[in-house]
Design a protein around this ligand. Structure first.
Ligand SMILES: Nc1ncnc2c1ncn2[C@@H]1O[C@H](COP(=O)(O)OP(=O)(O)OP(=O)(O)O)[C@@H](O)[C@H]1O
Ligand SMILES: O=P(O)(O)OC[C@H]1O[C@H](OP(=O)(O)OP(=O)(O)O)[C@H](O)[C@@H]1O
Ligand SMILES: [Mg+2]
Length: 284
């Protein structure tokens, strides 16, 4: 079909399920069987290709697919001609150096040493930037074993909770090499595509619906300024008259994470009938 939007989605790993869940929330069809490689969404004139997260930047960089979801670490590692257009708030990890527990290594100590990683491009770039001449040993995975097995003096790997490193008797050293999360990427310098713009607007809407709640309350007009300072909303809250003399009703979006604190603070200044509701979807 001509003019279909072609989008890459991780087929397995840490990003696969949350990426599909987010697209589903944004109104797109997603596969039901995790072995499916392609899924057509005729209503949105979009085709989804389920690919290895590591390969997604390559397909998008070559202009085969208009956009994709992958990790920022994989995007940088690939060196592909792609740019990050929207961070998605899941798949958060840091990319860090680690060495044998107790080795007390520093970045400078890596000169002339061997560093094992499955992100050779990302690591090489960082070492060059910091003027560290070290040998990069490229492994496919399970990098944590490289020191124990004598193939490297240090490693650079993805860290989330740190459990994997701890269990391997390793400790982090140096500053974080990169803070990563899932991101939407597209080809650098590609012309704007209205269907892709629409997808990005929908995804931004999902992010807002996840991060914000709607708060409604009644407050005496004399405390309205204090109340609005607590709930400034996106572009100023909606204030409506109430039948009750001297009182107004206020409606504003507030960050989900601080909703309980804001309710307590509103109560303290005399607000009542404070209600919080989920936002199902939005376009701001
Ligand atoms: N434990 C984790 N928690 C959160 N995000 C993670 C975690 N491990 C990896 N990631 C992120 O998920 C993305 C994809 O990594 P993932 O491990 O799923 O791919 P992979 O290693 O190629 O696949 P697999 O592990 O299935 O072989 C990367 O951007 C990475 O930073
Ligand atoms: O800090 P933690 O919470 O322990 O998570 C980090 C680990 O998670 C990922 O491994 P994954 O499960 O993807 O296996 P892999 O090594 O095969 O990629 C990553 O490569 C680390 O090994
Ligand atoms: Mg992995």
């Amino acid at each position: 079909m001509p003019d279909q939007l072609r989008i890459a989605v991780p087929n397995k790993g840490q990003l696969a399920e949350p990426a599909s869940a987010m697209l589903r929330e944004a109104g797109y069809r997603q596969r039901k069987d995790s072995r499916d490689l392609v899924l057509v969404d005729p209503d949105n004139q979009t085709e989804f290709f389920f690919l290895r997260p590591r390969d997604i930047a390559v397909y998008v960089g070559e202009g085969i697919l208009q956009a994709g979801i992958t990790g920022r670490d994989m995007l940088i590692d690939s060196g592909a001609q792609v740019e990050e257009v929207l961070p998605l708030g899941f798949g958060a990890s840091t990319f860090r150096f680690a060495a044998r527990d107790g080795a007390s290594m520093k970045l400078d100590d890596l000169r002339g040493k061997r560093v094992a990683t499955s992100f050779a491009g990302l690591l090489r770039g960082y070492l060059d930037e910091h003027g560290i001449d070290a040998r990069v040993i490229h492994l496919d995975g399970a990098v944590e074993s490289a020191i124990q097995l004598g193939v490297a003096d240090a490693i650079a790997d993805v860290v989330s909770t740190g459990t994997t490193l701890r269990n391997a008797g390793l400790e982090i050293f140096g500053d974080p090499i990169l803070e990563s999360e899932a991101v939407v990427i597209r080809q650098r310098d590609a012309a704007d595509d209205p269907k892709l713009e629409q997808m990005l607007r929908r995804l931004r809407g999902v992010l807002v619906a996840r991060d914000y709640v709607m708060m409604d309350y009644d407050v005496h007009a004399e405390h309205l300024d204090d109340a609005i300072a607590l709930t400034p909303g996106m572009e100023g809250p909606t204030v409506s008259p109430l039948h009750r003399e001297g009182w107004v009703a206020v409606r504003a979006m507030v960050p989900r994470a601080s909703a309980q604190q804001i309710m307590d603070d509103l109560w303290q200044i005399g607000a009542r009938a404070i209600l919080v509701t989920d936002i199902y979807a939005c376009r701001l």
